[in-house]
Design a protein around this ligand. Structure first.
Ligand SMILES: O=C(O)CCC(=O)C(=O)O
Ligand SMILES: [Fe+2]
Length: 403
């Protein structure tokens, strides 16, 4: 139903098959012709200087445009890694969204998460799939009723997005290394070597989005759904991972025919250091369906391909070596294989070592040119696999009240 609503005239498999750079270029030429002075891409997000960003943020504040102001402060944070900008972004976002414990001082996670998961193993509630990196299967995290209720919440929230078409974005400068895509982007930007990071403008997004193979991510924020807050408590009991150190929940959906798996990657945010504020120390995946073919979560470096039963969860640590190592662990690389029948729905949540004042509490708004509440299809390039572009449809800022 969802797909029919979103793409009234497209067939899924035809869509996925045509996502090649030359097909993309042809599509853009046909459906979104360039006029003089017009570009297929929105302004480059991170090529602005910090002075320019500060000026734009002040102007957004003056207009009362808190979303843009917060977004610009988040850009500044990315550019400078300065706490000042976290604080400014948080202040603005607090005015827009309930923030949970945003006022709390960040403190480090203790090591209780290790003890807690080892106790779960000793009690037969979890099993070890790998010691290094630590990887666990948690049994019966959810009852059958909870699974059904959660699927209901996910379906209800998906419906809120209606038929709106997404902004299509490409995340990494690394696209410049992709022979075909670089060419397409050069063509779109009208200058060679321009690189491939940015979003298509609205007309180009509309012309191309149905041709991109994607999986979907729907965000659920702390305080939005009692059911999700309840699971957060259960996860804390079984794994020692705290809600206060978590990102928001994401409900991931992979549908047969849409062709969007997710290629090999690690979840380390910047691959820098476990102690970085946004670093994803641990990943939790809770499975809400298992009646599908393909779609395994695979850890190629560990020779493991897993398809956990409904209601169970995978938990793995992304930094090593072993426990407490501070460098991104290449062995924690994983992928989601494409689903060839049925649909895979999994809840994902990342946890960081440092407390997160706001990541779980409100949307991160990060794409220039996006309309309020517009979904984004964001394509990631995966290191070492240049032909493997993974795209995800993000429904990230659902209106707060949905009941
Ligand atoms: O869906 C899966 O099995 C894995 C998803 C994942 O690795 C991710 O979204 O980062
Ligand atoms: Fe991942």
């Amino acid at each position: 139903m969802q797909e029919a609503k979103r793409m009234p005239s497209e067939s899924c498999s035809a869509a996925a098959a045509s996502f090649t750079p030359s097909a993309l270029a042809a599509l853009l030429r046909e459906h979104a012709p360039l006029h003089a002075g017009e570009s297929h891409v929105t302004g480059p997000r991170n090529s602005l200087s910090s002075n320019e960003l500060i000026r734009l943020a002040a102007a957004a504040d003056e207009r009362g445009d808190l979303i843009s102001a917060a977004d610009l402060h988040l850009d500044l944070l990315e550019l400078t890694r300065s706490d000042t900008y976290t604080k400014s972004a948080t202040e603005r976002l607090q005015k827009l969204y309930p923030m949970g414990d945003a006022s709390r001082v960040s403190r480090n996670h203790s090591d209780t998460f290790r003890t807690a998961v080892e106790q779960s193993v000793a009690a037969g509630k979890a099993e070890v799939l790998s010691a290094s990196p630590p990887l666990y299967l948690l049994h019966d995290v959810l009852s059958a009723t909870e699974v059904a209720d959660l699927r209901g919440v996910v379906a209800r929230r998906r419906d809120l997005w209606g038929a709106s078409h997404p902004l299509v974005c490409f995340q990494h400068d690394a696209f410049t290394g992709h022979p075909g895509l670089t060419h397409a982007f050069d063509w779109m930007r009208g200058r060679p070597g321009a690189g491939g990071r940015g979003c298509f403008a609205q007309a180009a997004s509309r012309a191309t989005y149905a041709h991109v193979p994607w999986s979907e991510s729907l965000f659920v924020y702390r305080g939005q759904e009692a059911l999700f807050d309840g699971i957060s408590r259960r996860v804390q009991e079984m794994s020692g991972l705290h809600d206060t150190h978590a990102y928001s929940w994401q409900a991931l959906t992979y549908e047969a025919g849409r062709d969007g798996g997710y290629a090999d990657h690690t979840d380390c945010e910047h691959a820098a250091d476990l102690l970085g504020r946004g670093e994803r120390m641990a990943t939790l995946l809770v499975y809400l369906t298992d009646d599908f073919d393909g779609g395994e979560t695979e850890f190629p470096k560990l020779g493991l391909k897993v398809k956990p039963p409904v209601g169970s969860a995978l938990l793995f640590y992304n930094f090593g070596p072993g426990w407490g190592g501070r460098a991104c662990s290449a062995e924690a690389a994983h992928r989601s294989n494409r689903v060839t029948r049925g649909s895979k729905v999994v809840l994902q949540r990342w946890h960081s070592y440092q407390e997160q004042p706001f990541l779980a509490g409100r949307p991160i708004l990060s794409q220039r040119g996006r309309r309020p509440f517009q979904p984004v299809v964001s394509c990631d390039y995966v290191s070492g696999l240049r032909t493997n572009v993974s795209c995800r449809w993000y429904n990230s800022d659902v209106p707060w009240t949905t009941a």
